[in-house]
Design a protein around this ligand. Structure first.
Ligand code: SAM
Length: 294
């Protein structure tokens, strides 16, 4: 295992698409969930007139639900490979290759009608609490400072919304059976700050609840149960090891990893060989008030 293999899923061109499993929540994919919110808020995308930004845009997979509404489209990601893929998909877009907090600080307040953040916000939030590299996880000792910095990041994102604008977030469900397996893998490197992996979601919701209480908008949180659909056990294994565990050498080399993952996959394998991993998503919407200076 070389250093380069760790986080290949984001840094190597095409790797994310190759490993990604479609997620279905009822009859809707995660992209459909975002599209439904856009339709409810803005109707059919007949006249694209909105300023749209996707934070942690990746290849632009979910951005596709927002793009038809965009007069201007901006994608932010810290991975060069992702930004290249995003630009190929949306050649007229603006891109920012940066760590999310830096990108957010670089935008003017009230810049966007719609901000998306799909499966991406947990990373910059957790980066305030711990550092992750090939040697493992190093907790940051000043917890209250980390909480304040994470809240400030969310606050700044809210302030990027124009009056009446929408922040639309898809956030992983740490309590789903799929994610409980993932938590077990990562917990072997270090205990989760705040006790468990719901912590990053709690930080996010706490910051948005405060913004709502301050009269800066309204918060809506919905949860959907669903499944991640793997065509076979190999694809499910790749999903756990190389997406969820990001090919981390300490996880891949741990002798408990393969049996843990294989047992869970076997328990969820269908007769035709496909694997239906029980998953969940939080769909979080924050709608800015008409007076965002409140
Ligand atoms: C799970 S992927 C989701 C990508 C895309 N939103 C989607 O749903 O397909 C997470 C994305 O967040 C990006 N990312 C992770 N940490 C980041 C950070 N600190 N700043 C900016 N982007 C980050 C990764 O490079 C990756 O593209």
């Amino acid at each position: 295992m070389t250093e380069a293999d760790f986080r290949d899923v984001y840094s190597q061109q095409g790797r994310y698409d190759e490993l990604l499993l479609p997620h279905v929540f009822g009859n809707a994919s995660d992209v459909d969930l975002a599209a439904e919110v856009m339709r409810r808020c803005y109707g059919d995308p007949s006249t694209p007139g909105l300023d749209v930004c996707d934070l942690g845009c990746g290849t632009g997979r979910v951005t596709a639900a927002l793009a038809p509404y965009a007069a201007s489209l901006c994608g932010v990601d810290s991975s060069q490979a992702m930004i290249v893929a995003f630009t190929e998909r949306f050649p007229d877009s603006r891109t920012v290759l940066a760590d999310l907090p830096d990108a957010v600080t670089g935008f003017e307040p009230a810049s966007f009608d719609v901000i998306g953040a799909f499966w991406s916000l947990s990373y910059p939030i957790m980066a305030y609490f711990e550092s992750l590299d090939t040697d493992g996880i190093t907790p940051h000792l000043d917890r209250s400072r980390a909480v304040a910095a994470a809240r400030r990041l969310i606050d700044r994102i809210v302030r990027l919304l124009k009056p009446g604008g929408h922040l639309l977030i898809e956030f992983f469900d740490s309590d789903s059976p799929e994610q409980r397996v993932v938590s077990r893998l990562w917990e072997r490197l270090a205990p989760h700050p705040g006790g468990d992996r719901s912590f990053s979601r709690q930080i996010l919701l706490d910051a948005l609840t405060r913004a709502e209480r301050d009269g800066r908008g309204t918060l809506q949180v919905r949860h959907f149960d669903g499944i991640a659909l793997a065509p076979d056990a190999d694809a499910a294994r790749g999903w756990f090891l190389h997406v969820h565990a990001k090919s981390h050498p300490l996880i891949l080399n741990d002798r408990r990893t393969e049996p843990d993952v294989a047992t869970f996959i076997a328990a969820n394998q269908c007769r035709d060989g496909s694997v239906h991993l029980p998953a969940g998503v939080y769909l979080i919407e924050f709608t800015a008030g008409e007076d965002t200076d409140a």
